[in-house]
Design a protein around this ligand. Sequence first.
Ligand code: 5RP
Length: 222
Amino acid sequence: MDTRAKKRAAAEAALRYVEDDMVLGIGTGSTVEEFIGALGASRVRVRGAVSSSAATSARLRDAAIPEIDLNSAGDLPLYVDGADQATPHGVLIKGGGGALTREKIVAAASSRFVCIIDDRKLVDLLGAFPLPVEVIPMARSYVARRVVALGGEPVWRQGFVTDNGNVILDVHNLRIEDPVALEARIDAIAGVVTVGLFARRGADELLVAGDDGVRRIAVSGP
Ligand code: 5RP
């Protein structure tokens, strides 16, 4: 099975968590696009969805799924999103698509986070995928120096501006052995908006698509 087919299989498996009249949170990325397509084509009629990016809002419009502002939605029963890497403990690297800040907000506001991935993203140790950090533009060089002091190699994602008007540093060569501590350390650097490490609030369940179908991993925490 190719990667696209695996993404579709994980996305379709997430449909069983969605109920009629629900307002759910929806992440960003190509796996999520498969989910939005499957949800739009399904018999389930949700009340609406809280979007994590302009790209997802456009996909929701295509699928005729009403978008609801998080400020009027209250807490959400469900958040469905992809990831760039995930451990079996539900700790994630996210932000390959640059939507990490809004994704982290919607995940935090949701009581259940179902993460949909293909099996090449499931790892025991995070870090082979560069860790995205959203940064206020004037703080870019300062934050980069602080990240170097932590042992990382930051690379400015040139030409990319987030939906919030900020820039992204992709941090290479970090060994992420204590993700909760690293998330707190990077978040504490002045000028950092969000680090794409989802450890404090990781996924509650992983749906991992492989050649033999979709495996569900219920998470017990980092
Ligand atoms: C966007 C993300 C995505 O979830 C992540 O990049 C995975 O994307 P894809 O499903 O396209 O592989 O964090 O900010």
